[in-house]
Write a protein that binds this ligand. Structure first.
Ligand SMILES: Nc1ncnc2c1ncn2[C@@H]1O[C@H](COP(=O)(O)OP(=O)(O)O)[C@@H](O)[C@H]1O
Ligand SMILES: [Mg+2]
Length: 261
């Protein structure tokens, strides 16, 4: 089976920068595979996502290749991959009604009529569990909570049935409870829609919960990529071990302080 996505020795330097934001990244993603990318802030996770989604600023210098072996043509945004970002605001257009923004992508990519696009938008809003989906179609983004806006953004991202969902810190701005709900939603959609997932997070526990494999980034390099359970039980790199130790310390902290006399 050919890989869905394949990166070979990808290095990249942003315009007017001297140090590369990505150095020599090679990895591949099988159709339907769930890969998490973890690493601290500034390690290059979003840059990797933007490189895959072809969203780099003009003038970025890139080496290496990003290809889509399972496709017989260049990847198209929306159709082959959909993206959801951290900030619920940046995912949606504030002046467009929800129905239009979800329907718009599908109209554009699948050549649906307005009526068909409306029906699809309604179906998607139901799928992402927005209450009163019919009323929601005619509402604007500000009428929804942050968590609901992320649900709507996910609906828009998957409206044209992409093979890959890229979620860049898509749950990081949400409180823990809502975060858990959105993670469950992503989990169930990836399964029901048969999508691959590139889940970018600084949260190692979320990564382990969602992903088949975890890639660890540090200063623009891929320091380790392994099956989620292997990475958690026996990380090969000292950096992944360090991330894991930090995480375990944090998870333990309340109990330790609570145990003080
Ligand atoms: N548009 C840009 N121009 C120049 N440098 C950038 C730009 N975007 C990100 N960077 C730099 O690239 C590096 C990786 O950033 P990023 O991919 O956003 O990391 P992460 O998502 O892991 O926090 C950082 O040093 C960051 O400052
Ligand atoms: Mg980022």
């Amino acid at each position: 089976m050919s890989a869905l996505l394949d990166l070979k020795a990808v290095s990249l330097t942003y315009p007017r920068q001297l140090t590369p934001a990505l150095s020599d990244i090679s990895l591949s993603l099988a159709p339907g595979e769930k890969l998490a990318i973890i690493g601290e802030s500034g390690s290059g996770k979003s840059t990797l996502a933007r490189a895959v989604a072809n969203l780099l600023p003009r003038g970025t210098r890139t080496r290496g290749t990003i290809s889509w072996p399972a496709l017989d043509r260049p990847a198209k945004p929306g159709v082959d991959y959909g993206m959801v970002f951290q900030d619920p605001g940046s995912n949606l257009n504030p002046v467009l009604r929800i129905g239009e923004q979800i329907g718009e992508a599908a109209q554009h990519h699948l050549g649906l009529s307005r009526k068909e696009a409306d029906a699809l938008a309604l179906d998607l809003l139901t799928k992402v569990q927005i209450p009163q989906p019919e009323a929601a179609l005619r509402a604007y983004p500000h009428q929804f909570s942050g968590g609901q806006r992320q649900r709507i953004a996910i609906a828009a991202a998957i409206s044209a049935n992409p093979r890959l969902l890229i979620a860049d810190e898509a749950t990081s701005a949400l409180d823990t409870l809502v975060q858990a709900e959105i993670v469950r939603l992503i989990q169930s959609l990836v399964k029901s829609e048969n999508m691959a997932l590139l889940f970018i997070t600084h949260d190692i526990a979320l990564a382990a919960q969602l992903a088949d494999r975890i890639a660890v980034m540090h200063q623009g390099q891929l320091v380790e990529i392994a099956a989620a359970e292997d990475l958690l039980s026996a990380p090969a790199s000292t950096y992944a071990q360090h991330l894991l130790d930090t995480y375990i310390d944090l998870a333990d902290a309340p109990r330790i302080s609570g145990g003080q006399p």
